[in-house]
Design a protein around this ligand. Structure first.
Ligand SMILES: NC(=O)c1ccc[n+]([C@@H]2O[C@H](COP(=O)([O-])OP(=O)(O)OC[C@H]3O[C@@H](n4cnc5c(N)ncnc54)[C@H](OP(=O)(O)O)[C@@H]3O)[C@@H](O)[C@H]2O)c1
Length: 272
């Protein structure tokens, strides 16, 4: 598979808003030929990069978008797996098994589907980068976001395994770990589908606390810069925190005894 010209080709899933949009714009500015994706297809286009239709929960949709990029450009140098959503704060037992399957289908299996579709092309090229948007909740958990934290932990494990396997074929895999970022993630969160009165008060309190934290959160550009840094590194790291809050949390996670970290999380969230 020959490169049609010298421009590296990037595919960014979920580029219609937030971190994906900022990343697609940043990569385009850095010289990549960027294809973003949205379930709304071209109607979600922002003008500065092309938008292709994609639902990461569909095998057919995933295979079609990768085939389209390869048909158009003959290669794919960088895949950014960014598409994802959250379930609004609530007790773990306030989500059904179906809701657990749904969030894994997008956040985790969506990333797996995309990886399975692009790796054969990257293997043929003998080069490629896969960057997965994880979260600080992929290395430390937080109460009332159990399913989301579980999907992000799963991304860490899969990515690290994949990076070990593919590096001798010229392909590297990294995870980006942002803390809270100012995006539409909260507005786009799905409501817990099995709410219980027992969690009502804590749900309301946690929701208010999260809104406070999101008000002072960093901008998604911080994550976009980190993606570019990982994509451009000659020897990329397995994981990169994105932003000052995430770097602080990673340091605390590394240095603090588990009991202090546990108490710190509860204090920060103002739970008893
Ligand atoms: N914001 C934060 O605080 C934060 C922190 C750490 C990690 N993250 C991660 O960053 C990523 C982006 O989140 P964001 O904060 O930018 O949220 P966002 O503004 O809600 O953007 C989510 C994006 O994902 C896409 N998407 C959702 N479901 C999809 C599906 N089934 N198939 C294809 N695309 C889908 C959406 O595109 P369409 O609706 O147009 O299809 C949208 O572009 C997520 O993986 C999230 O977990 C966010």
């Amino acid at each position: 598979m020959m490169k049609k010209n010298d421009q590296a080709v990037a595919l960014v899933t979920g580029a219609s808003s937030g971190i994906g949009e900022a990343t697609a714009l940043r990569l385009a500015k850095a010289g990549y030929k960027v294809f973003g994706t949205s379930r709304r297809g071209a109607s979600a286009s922002l003008g500065s990069f092309e938008m292709l239709p994609l639902d990461v929960t569909s095998d057919a949709s995933v295979n079609a978008v990768v085939a389209e990029v390869i048909r158009r450009e003959g290669r794919l140098d960088l895949l950014v797996n960014n598409a994802g959503f959250n379930v609004s704060v609530g007790g773990a037992e306030e989500s059904s098994i179906q809701q657990a399957r749904d969030i894994f289908d997008t956040n985790f299996f969506g990333m797996v589907r995309m990886s399975l579709a692009v790796v054969p092309h990257m293997r043929r090229q003998g080069s490629g980068r896969i960057i997965n948007i994880g979260s600080v909740l992929g290395f430390m958990a937080m109460p009332y976001m159990a399913l989301y934290a579980a999907t992000k932990h799963a991304i860490e494990g899969y990515s690290e395994s994949l990076d070990h396997e593919l590096r001798t074929m010229g392909i590297r895999v990294s995870v980006i770990e942002p803390a809270f970022m100012k995006t539409a993630i909260d507005a786009n969160a799905r409501d817990a589908d099995a709410k219980l009165d027992a969690y009502r008060d804590v749900r309301i309190a946690m929701d208010a606390r999260l809104k406070e934290m999101l008000d002072v959160a960093e901008e998604p550009d911080v994550v976009a810069d980190t993606v570019l840094k990982a994509a451009s590194a000659a020897s990329p790291k397995a994981r990169y925190t994105a932003g000052t809050a995430a770097a602080r949390l990673r340091l605390m996670h590394t240095l603090l005894p588990a009991s202090l970290l546990d108490a710190g999380i509860r204090k920060q969230l103002r739970i008893a």
